[in-house]
Write a protein that binds this ligand. Structure first.
Ligand code: GLU
Length: 465
């Protein structure tokens, strides 16, 4: 069994393309087959090498580990020309000398008459000069074209309704139909899984497989992916490329898991699973016919679930790009990552929360709502000064000892511990929510904890309500 993912390098890796790649990979792995990566860059107007590189980078990041390739179609142009000429020699394709102007005129005339235009096929009968400008067209024969689709079942088209489509353009470059079929034959592809938008191309491909005397592969046309507005997923409703989700701080395993669920489900309400698990369960034949809806909120939720379950070691390499210019080692960050990973949904949020440990003590900004809520009560300054004194003499400055010290102080002051904890949290983080505050204090260390507390005490007259 051999599958392929065949992106056209005309932009970033779209999440729909990423899902196609994943489904190809999973099916190949499930059945011990191989997966080929083929870059379909014969459209010179729209293809760009940097897009191809970008797509490859995104696939690697996502964990789509193909076995063969990348093969670039632009390296195989002679092969497509050769195969087109073979069909001409066999009388299955022909040279067409009609000019663009002639065809355009015919098309407009048909439109004016309210008819759908189709190429008349008149050049079929002409034995022209191969030195003159021409295209090569496939001579479509009437009759039924049937194929089995693993997802949609038996599909039926009528040859009568299909135009004599172009195989080789006048610049001798192949059309998609020609290059895709030549390659699927040469590369011994057994299963073609691609987007639903290609369904109408498939009868043409079936004709070409037959014309070349090759076995027709199994097809699986994957359902569309819709946005929240139930329209085809597009920029209108949010990010559409794998790269954008990476920049948002989604970890690749979460995106992989999420995309796997677009049109497929392992059953038993399983939602979180590894690629390895999906490999044991996946089958193209189990993919839904109905379009799948892309819910970015669910992806972000899922990412939070992944971060929660990942170790600091696993998170660190993905986090580094979000940390800005100051390089930090895993050892410096380990405890901090462990403390904060439960409270974030993206790497970007994680990096943002972690910033409190790296900014200067004077740079803490106090959240206005938290100030309003917790910076009040009789003699707050006096009570916080006492807390400062207590923490100064806390030794060792660890979580258990410092918490015990604060609690006994609160008792002495006749207030609940919360009355000290909330202002302390504001002093250390500027926020109303954080990991357990004594964990934060210990990471900051005694000196910085005391400086931040002192700074809040000094600012009380300015900020107190
Ligand atoms: N290159 C085509 C695309 O990007 C896919 C062709 C195929 O899978 O057959 O849409």
């Amino acid at each position: 069994m051999k599958l392929r993912f065949a992106p056209s390098p005309t932009g970033f890796l779209h999440v729909g393309g990423a899902r196609t790649a994943i489904f190809n990979l999973l099916h190949a792995r499930r059945y011990g087959g191989t997966m080929l990566l083929r870059i379909e860059d014969t459209d010179v107007e729209r293809s760009r090498q940097h897009h191809a590189e970008q797509i490859i980078t995104s696939l690697k990041w996502l964990g789509v580990a193909w076995d063969e390739g990348p093969v670039y179609q632009s390296d195989r142009l002679d092969r497509y020309r050769e195969r087109a000429e073979e069909l001409v020699a066999a009388g299955k394709a022909y040279r067409c000398y009609c000019t663009v102007e002639e065809l355009d005129a015919e098309r407009s005339a048909a439109e004016r008459a309210g008819k759908q235009w189709r190429y008349s096929g008149r050049c079929r009968k002409i034995d022209g000069d191969a030195g003159e400008p021409h295209v090569i067209r496939f001579a479509v024969q009437p009759g039924p074209i049937e194929f089995h689709d693993l997802i949609r079942g038996d599909v039926h088209f009528e040859g009568e309704l299909i135009d004599d489509f172009v195989l080789l353009r006048s610049d001798r470059n192949p059309t998609y139909h020609l290059s895709v079929v030549v390659d699927d034959i040469d590369m011994a592809i057994t299963h073609v899984a691609r987007g639903d938008d290609h369904l109408s191309n498939t009868p043409k491909h079936v004709l070409l497989f037959r014309a070349f005397g090759a076995a027709v592969p199994s097809f699986a046309h994957l359902p569309l992916i819709l946005g929240g507005d139930k329209k085809r997923l597009s920029k209108r409703t949010g990010a559409t490329s794998a790269e954008e989700y990476r920049e948002m701080g989604i970890v690749p395993d979460a995106l992989f898991n999420f995309l796997t669920l677009l049109g497929w489900s392992p059953g038993e309400n399983r939602e979180l699973f590894t690629a390895g698990e999906a490999t044991q369960w996946f089958d193209l034949a189990d993919v839904n016919k109905a379009p799948a809806v892309f819910d970015p909120e669910k992806l972000i939720w899922m990412n939070g679930q992944y971060l929660m379950r990942m170790t600091a070691e696993q998170i660190y390499p993905h986090l580094v790009p979000f940390l800005g210019d100051a390089p930090r080692t895993l050892d410096e960050l380990r405890t901090i990552i462990e403390l904060h990973k439960m409270r974030v949904r993206t790497l970007r949020e994680l990096a943002k929360q972690m910033a409190i440990y790296f900014i200067g003590d004077d740079a803490i900004e106090y959240d206005a709502d938290t100030v309003k809520k917790h910076i009040k009560g009789d003699d707050l300054a006096g009570r916080l000064s006492a807390l400062h004194e207590t923490l100064l003499s806390t030794d060792p400055f660890d979580v258990v000892t410092s918490e015990a010290a604060l609690r006994s102080l609160a008792e002495t002051q006749g207030v609940s511990a919360a009355k000290l904890i909330h202002p302390l949290r504001l002093a250390l983080t500027g926020r109303g929510a954080s990991p357990p505050i004594f964990d934060v204090a210990v990471v900051l260390g005694k000196e910085r904890t005391l400086r931040r507390l002192q700074r809040l005490i000094e600012r009380l007259p300015l900020i107190e309500g």
